[in-house]
Write a protein that binds this ligand. Sequence first.
Ligand code: FAD
Ligand code: SF4
Ligand code: SF4
Length: 479
Amino acid sequence: MADRMLQFVRLDQRQPEKRDATVRRADFAEIYREFEPAQASSQASRCSQCGVPFCQVHCPLNNNIPDWLKLTAEDRLEEAYEISAATNTFPEICGRICPQDRLCEGNCVIEKGFGSVTIGSVEKYITDTAWARGWVKPPKPTRELAQSVGIIGAGPAGLAAAERLRLRGYQVHVYDRYDRVGGLMIYGIPGFKLEKEVVLRRWKQFEDGGIRFHLNTAVGQDISLAELRQRHDAVLIGTGVYKAREMSAPGIGLAGIVPALSYLTASNRVGLGEAVAEYESGTLNAAGKHVVVIGGGDTAMDCVRTAVRQGATSVTCLYRRDKANMPGSMREVYNAEEEGVRFEWLGAPEAFRGDDRVKAVIAHRMHLGLPDATGRQQVTPMPNSRFELQADLVIMALGFDPEDLPTAFDEPALPVTRWGTLKVDHRTMMTALPGVFAAGDIVRGASLVVWAIRDGRDAADQMHSYMQQQARALAVAAE
Ligand code: FAD
Ligand code: SF4
Ligand code: SF4
C-alpha cells in the first residue's frame, strides 16, 4: 500500500546512508549509498504538496518536484522519471552534486523544524532506477533535418543544448579540446561526489542518439570559429571558465605551489586509468605530504578531500573568513571534517617560505568587520597575528576567471563583459556575431552544473527559433 503524503509530521528526514569516514577516506567511490526503494518512497511521502512549491521556484530548472515526489511515494517510478527528465537533462547528476541546501531543499517549507524533504537524493534515486531498468533512451529524433549545429564545449551547457537540438532532428556536432566528454563533470569534480561512470554512460547514449563528437579539437587552434560558422547553421559557445584566479605574495613561485584545477584534473585522469607524469613524479600528488589548501569554496573542499584520499600526512584548509561565511556548501565542509581535514578559519596567506621548494605558508589572522555594500562582512588583518603552517604541497583554490576568449578564437567581433565573460543578448542568448550563441560558465562566470544545464536548454530553444527564421527567410527569397 502506497504511503500517503504529508508524512513529515510522522517520519524523520533520512538521507541515504553515508559510508564511514575511515573507509571512504581510502577510495574515490561516492560516499552516499543508494536509497532502498521503501526508504525512497517513504522519504518522498514527507512532502506536503505545497500549492506554491518554493522548492520548485528555487530550482534553476524549475523541476516539477512535488509531482515526482508524489509519484515516487506511490511507487510509480517510470512516470516519476518521465516528469523528472522532461525538465532536466541530467537529473541523476544534479541529484548528486547540486548544493541542495542553497537551492531546492534549503527552500522547502518544512525545512524549519522538521528537516526538508530529501529532494536531491530522491531525484538521484529515480534516474538511477531508470538507468537500471532501461528507461533512459538515446536522444533519437522522429525525423531528421538537414540543418546542422556546431557546439563548442562538451560540458553540461553544451551537452544539454546538444540533446535538445538532436531531439528536434538537427545534425549536432560537438567539438571539445579534451579527449573525453563531460567538461568539469569529468575532469574537475572528483569521483567521491560524482563517479565517472555516471557521466560516461550519458556520453555513450548521446552517441547512440546520433550526436557526433569531435574530440581533441581545440577551437581557435585546430579549427577556427569562422570555419565552424561556415560549416553549421548555428554555433553555440559553451567553453566554461578555466583561468585560475591568482595572488601575488613573496615566494608564490616556489615549486610545490600548484593550481587547484591542475591538481584535480591529474587526480581524475589517474582515476580513469591514465598514467599522469606529474602525478607519478609527485608534483600533483599529495601522498606523504603536509598539504595546505588555500580557499573556502567547493573547489577547495574537493582538493582537501582528494588530498586525504591520496594519503597526505596532514591536510589543512586555510580560509580568510569563518565557517559561517564559507562560500562552499556546508554539507561538503562537514564531509571534509569527518574525513580528517583541519580548518584554519580567519587565516590569510601572507608569504610562502622555502628554498627551492615550499616548506611553509606564513599567514596572519583576520578580523570580520561590518558588512560592505554587497552585504558581506569585510575582513581585515589583525596586527601581530602571524603564524606558520608546515607545507610540502600548497594548492591554490581561489576561484576562476574566463580566459581571453576573443583572442583565442581570433574573433575581435566577439564582445566580452568587463568581467571577461562573453556578452550575449539575454533574451536570445546570441552574441554580437549572427548565429553564434553562448551558454554556461562562459556567460555567467564560474557557477553550477544545474545553471549550465538550464542555459544550454534555453540556448537550444533560441537556436531552434533562429534557424527556423533563417529557413523561412531563405524560402521567401527563393520564391
Ligand atoms: P565546462 O564544464 O567547463 O565545460 C566546458 C568544455 O569546453 C570543456 O570540456 C572544455 O574542454 C571545452 N573547451 C574549452 N575551450 C575550448 C576550445 N577552445 N575548444 C574546444 N573545447 C573547449 N557545480 C555543481 O553544480 N556542483 C559541484 O559540486 C561542483 N563542483 C565543482 C568542482 C570543481 C573542482 C569545479 C572546477 C567546478 C565545480 N562545479 C560544480 C561547477 C561546474 O562544474 C561548472 O559550473 C559547470 O561544469 C559549467 O559547465 P559549462 O558547460 O559551462 O563548462
Ligand atoms: Fe534540487 Fe538541483 Fe534537482 Fe533542482 S536540479 S531539484 S536544485 S537537486
Ligand atoms: Fe514538498 Fe517541500 Fe516542495 Fe513543499 S517545498 S512541495 S513540502 S518538497
